[in-house]
Ligand binder design. Structure first.
Ligand code: IMP
Ligand code: MG
Length: 180
């Protein structure tokens, strides 16, 4: 059982659902009825992206990108690679990048730089989780779900070695699981 590998639940599905509604309201307050292009950063933000886009009544174009900065370990390599890009140009669009977590910040600071070169009308960063104590690159989220302590978390899209993504809540992984 996946849950047996958790030290504890950090964020319940009810808390996530509540916060998703609040973030949708923040986005609505900033963009009113404008069209949006929202980019899901695969695979970690898949559930957050699905829930958040459904909570908005704007016309939303769904885009997907895959980037990697990690192997199967729990520390950043600082190296970022785009393995799947968006399928339509973002020039002149209201773009919101939806990420699972900002940790060192390397992934998003790199991605932001690349996307800004494509001249969107505006570019916002939305992240479910933020570990500010771990930041090395200069980047912050415009919309942040939860600030969390420096612990390795899984669930609601987040993985350890591709496992635990489909847990409906966010939990702290027992350190012995990744020290094995
Ligand atoms: P950054 O480039 O260090 O900000 O790393 C961002 C990426 O690292 C995220 O998109 C996650 O895939 C991964 N990551 C960072 N911290 C965690 C964690 O606690 N659990 C699972 N994945 C994490
Ligand atoms: Mg990831």
């Amino acid at each position: 059982m996946m849950r047996d590998d958790l030290d504890r639940i950090l964020i319940t599905k009810e808390q996530i659902a509540e916060r998703v509604k609040e973030i949708a309201a923040e986005i609505k307050r900033d963009f009113h009825d404008e069209d949006l292009t929202m980019i899901c950063i695969l695979r970690g933000s898949c559930y957050f992206f699905a829930d958040l886009t459904k909570a908005l009544d704007n016309a939303v174009t769904l885009e997907f990108m895959a980037v990697s900065s990690y192997g199967s370990g729990t520390t950043s390599s600082g190296e970022v690679k785009i393995s799947k890009d968006v399928s339509t140009p973002i020039e002149g669009k209201n773009v919101i990048v939806v990420e699972d977590i900002i940790d060192t910040g390397y992934t998003l600071s790199y991605l932001k730089r690349i996307l800004l070169q494509r001249k969107p009308k505006c570019l916002k960063i939305c992240t479910l989780l933020d570990k500010p104590s771990r930041r090395e690159a200069e980047i912050e989220g415009d919309y942040v779900g939860f600030e969390i302590p420096n612990e390795f978390v899984v669930g609601y899209g987040l993985d350890y070695a591709q496992k635990y993504r489909n847990l409906p809540e966010v939990g702290v992984l027992k350190p012995e699981v990744y020290k094995k």
